[in-house]
Write a protein that binds this ligand. Sequence first.
Ligand code: ATP
Length: 214
Amino acid sequence: MKLGLFGGTFNPIHCGHIKAAEQIIKKIELDKVCFIPSNIPPHKEENELADANQRFKMVELAISGKHKFGISDYEILKNEKSYTVDTLKHFKEKFPTHELYFIVGHDIFNRVQTWKDYKDLFELSNFIVISRPGFSDKDDELPLAIKDDFRYYKEDSEIKFYKHKSSKLLIKTQIKGLEVSSSEIRELIKSKKPLKELVPLTVERYISNNNIYA
Ligand code: ATP
């Protein structure tokens, strides 16, 4: 079983997240993608962070009916800062026979050297680094801090594979996604502008019914 793990604040989840996950499932032939809303993100100064249960509920609504999508409450229930290395250890322990693929946008991944125990990440899971629409990724290289631990492995229909010394893969690929961010959604809501199908309708209704971000 090839299991994708998609971590994020999801404040709120938007169609860019959903589209990216759908494309990655197809491109990398994953069996499932599990969304993992973070409790307290270590790298974000969020004064507009919605309640963790509400962010969880919005992800649930967004993925409802999509059989290849799932959600984990692991980080939310921990009730402390969410570090990817701890989450990966948890999933590895829980699903010892699954092949794990942590999915992350290149905008976030380019600062991987600031993550807790970042050298250990690539012993625990494969990584899929996606080009995020609207963010430039001129640099085809891996971040300097991890570069020497990988060797270029192969390229296959616009998917670049790097192999870590642990033999786990780092996969870099472009997606035809949607240029949208959660900050943009929060701004639109604050200024009472229409969300223009940037978030699933069920999520839009939930935000409005619960008066989130207003
Ligand atoms: P914010 O605007 O509040 O910073 P965000 O839109 O970046 O939020 P996150 O929940 O922080 O959303 O993102 C979770 C993951 O999804 C990150 O790895 C990020 O790079 C990726 N991501 C976010 N938006 C998109 C998008 N439109 N297309 C592809 N990947 C995305």
